[in-house]
Design a protein around this ligand. Sequence first.
Ligand SMILES: [Zn+2]
Length: 109
Amino acid sequence: MGDQLKEKCRHKNLRKEYIMGSQTGDFECLDCGRMGYGRDWPEKERAAQELKLWAQHEELSKQAKDLSAKILASNPQENYDEHVRLVKESTETYTSLSGIIAEINELRK
Ligand SMILES: [Zn+2]
């Protein structure tokens, strides 16, 4: 199975791992083959990924706020090119923020 599919796997079908008849505490995903400790490893992994995404979101939000302030302070009649550059950068930042929210929603499905 490709990495892309592995990443998309929700790890819903877990199987307890046994060695010599005793439980190891590991659970293997029967769909993608990944293994983790404890039955709740997929949830824990998703929660950790989500936290990383929120940290990125926080950083980008600050950038977006800074850009908004710069846009408001800019004077398009004096320096149109700079104004356009700031607006472009700002809309790109908001597009990235939407992308992060979409990824978080995907994790929470
Ligand atoms: Zn899986």
